[in-house]
Design a protein around this ligand. Structure first.
Ligand code: ATP
Ligand code: MG
Length: 421
């Protein structure tokens, strides 16, 4: 027996419907904010991710599915959506379309991680990227859109954590400060953090291994070196959130795992006592330098990504999915060859009229055909036998009331239009 690859999932039946159901709700919200869908390839040249996320990031250093194709190119299954969107934005000169460009995407991402609750090696994300404005109003509106999505999905117990990591000058000053601070306690930090100390000390604040090390808790805060401009920008974002009635917690240690962020960063975390509690469901931030670092024009961006599997797990727990089981409108039951052919043609006509019609393709006995109608929870049964064919009539049975009546063949569409609204 073949087994699926560790950390991957099959979606079928109701589980597949849940995924599409969510997608529908999210699409409806985000399109009202003016975002357009962008669909990029599942794999990219490896450089696209290395350049953007930073060689020291967990994603690039440990989590990428990278392989050489037969032409000797190094390709990587996308671990995240921002870098591919930026690549497409530049390659297609989308910045020439208009001043502000807003895109959203859905799709699978791949990361070599240790599988556990809410953590897979293939998982789905929904995300957005907005390019072309450096504005606290845009930042706030992006966060508001995420909050609106949680609302539309009905998810509660979500906490917004927000922070600023400042503009470039503030960030550089902060890095120096952290380097000095962590340098003193280097021996108590994990090997990864020891490496991060030189290259990107901000990253240490995001370390999952050293999370409880007092050195992290007592680290200097960005506040100390934040430029007046960056401070005012952040205050403005918070003010707009206040006015929008969106509650948040400023978390000075929130830095996010990727190199490209500047200024506003945020995460929406689930607050619950179960194994999902504390997991980030949506995370993002502003990136002023990413587009330029791809050799593009100096265009700022901001975005976020939701983990779809985490949303599904939460919605399951909070009982937020409607009944997604689909019921057949009509099952056609046929008792001989001629009737089977009639059933197939009638099914086609019924489907053409908008009904979900089903039939058994190989049995002429009643029993298996009744079983099928139970499996698909049919609302009506149409029974076609010798007698019905001869009289050009159909026996229609209401599965709920068990009432049965004879309907002339020519009136059958009309009958269902009347009775299956
Ligand atoms: P975490 O801190 O949980 O590892 P992250 O910072 O790596 O998350 P991002 O790269 O910001 O996550 O991705 C955005 C969202 O995608 C996360 O908030 C989460 O909901 C989801 N996500 C990330 N990695 C996984 C995974 N391996 N399996 C399922 N969902 C994931
Ligand atoms: Mg991660």
């Amino acid at each position: 027996m073949y087994r699926k690859v560790k950390g991957t999932q099959d979606f079928f039946g109701i589980e597949a419907k849940k995924l599409r159901h969510l997608e529908g709700i999210i699409r409806a919200v985000i399109e009202k904010f003016g975002y357009e869908e962008i669909i990029t390839p599942i794999f990219e040249n490896t450089e696209v991710f290395v350049r953007s996320s930073g060689e020291e990031s967990d994603i690039v250093s440990k989590e990428m599915y990278t392989f050489d194709d037969k032409g000797g190119r190094s390709l990587t299954l996308r671990p995240e959506g921002t870098a591919p969107v930026v690549r497409a934005f530049l390659e297609n000169k989308l910045y020439a379309r208009r001043a502000l460009n807003k895109y959203y995407y859905f799709g699978p991402m791949f990361r070599y991680e240790r599988p556990q609750a809410g953590r897979y090696r293939e998982f789905n994300q929904f995300g957005i990227e907005a390019f072309g404005a450096s504005s606290p109003y845009l930042d706030a509106d992006v966060i508001i859109s995420a909050a609106e999505i949680f609302k539309a999905l009905g998810i509660e117990n979500i906490k917004l954590k927000i922070n600023t990591i400042g503009d470039f000058a503030s960030r550089a000053a902060y890095s120096a400060l952290l380097k000095e601070h962590f340098g003193k306690g280097i021996s108590s930090l994990c090997d990864d953090c020891a490496r991060r100390l030189d290259r990107n000390p901000l990253r240490i604040l995001d370390c999952k291994i050293d999370r409880d090390n007092p050195l992290l808790k007592n680290a200097p805060k960005i506040e100390a070196v934040l430029s007046a401009e960056a401070k005012a920008y952040f205050q403005k974002v918070l003010k707009i959130l206040d006015a929008s009635g969106i509650s948040y917690e400023v978390d000075p240690n929130l830095v996010r795992g990727l190199d490209y962020y500047t200024d506003t960063v945020f995460e929406f975390i689930l607050e619950s006592d179960d194994e999902l509690g504390g997991l980030a469901v949506c995370a993002g931030g502003k990136y002023s330098d990413l587009v330029r670092s791809f050799n593009g024009p100096d265009i700022p961006g901001i975005g976020y990504a939701f983990g779809i599997e985490r949303i599904i797990a939460i919605m399951d727990k909070q009982n937020l999915f409607p009944d997604l089981a689909s019921r057949a409108d009509i099952v056609l039951i046929s008792l001989d060859e001629e009737a089977k052919e009639k059933a197939l043609l009638l099914a086609r006509a019924l489907r053409g009229a908008g009904f979900y019609a089903e039939l058994d393709y190989q049995n002429f006995n009643l029993k298996p055909q009744f079983r099928l109608s139970e499996q698909v929870d049919a609302k009506f049964l149409v029974i076609i036998g010798e007698e019905e064919l001869k009289n050009k009539q159909l026996a229609v049975k209401n599965a709920l009331t068990k009432e049965q009546e004879l309907i002339p063949e020519t009136k059958i569409l009309e009958y269902f239009k009347e009775n299956l609204k």
